[in-house]
Structures are given as C-alpha cells and as structure tokens.
Design a protein around this ligand. Sequence first.
Ligand code: THU
Length: 133
Amino acid sequence: MKDELETLIARAEEARARAYAPYSHYQVGAAVRGDNGKIYLGANIENASYGLALCAERNAVAQAILDGCKTLTGLAVVTSTSPPAAPCGMCRQTLAEFARELPIALGNDRGERADTSLAELLPRAFHGSDIPG
Ligand code: THU
C-alpha cells in the first residue's frame, strides 16, 4: 500500500505537468494535504516580468486555504532536480504559517525521493506568536 507521502508525490507529479514555466523551463509540482483530508495541487506559474513567478508550493497552499483549511498535514514537491530540490525560503515561511509539524517528500522525474520536514528545512521559524502584544 502506498504511504501518505507517496500519494502526495503522485499528485505533485500530476500538478507538475500543468506548470507554466516558459522562461526557466523548470517545472515544479506540489501537493498539500489539508486538515479536511483533501489534497490540493499547485504548479509554478511564471511571468514575462520574471520576479512575479509564483512557486508551486505557495500555489498549492493558496488552494487549500481558499477551500477553508486552517492547517496542512503533508506536502510533496516534484521537480527535475537530482537529488530532489527543497522548497525556496519564501515557500518555507509560507508553509510555517499553516503548519508546525509538516512531513515533506521531495521527488523528481526519475523517481528519486527524499523525506524531510518543515522543522528540518526551517528551524527556529518566525511565527505570529513572536510579534509582541
Ligand atoms: N520554483 C518553485 O516553484 N518552487 C520553489 O521552491 C523554487 C522555485 C519555481 C519558480 C520558478 O518558476 C522556477 O521554479 C525557477 O526558479
């Protein structure tokens, strides 16, 4: 039987096929599991104004939050990088807003997989609770 993160990897592969990356040609797919048990997909969406690129991870988080999720329980990201690449700093901080414990699977298009967690990728994260009164 597939484990939870393997399921998310398969959905992230599906999302990656829908990436809009005509400038970098680097396609990224992401899948997050929301606290309602549903899976939300995201892919990177680039722009002719390069700095406006939306990462796959933040795209997936947005879908989950818009559907009413308050927290996330798992994430998978698939790229073409070997070994598998991890989310960028901006995405790590965005994920930290919606999860403390977050198992993360990183995969690539040749089936390699590396498991990690948000705590490992963003130790001592800044949270809303750090803002005084
Ligand atoms: N990208 C992501 O989608 N997620 C990341 O965590 C890193 C970078 C995208 C943004 C851009 O479309 C392309 O990868 C190259 O940076």
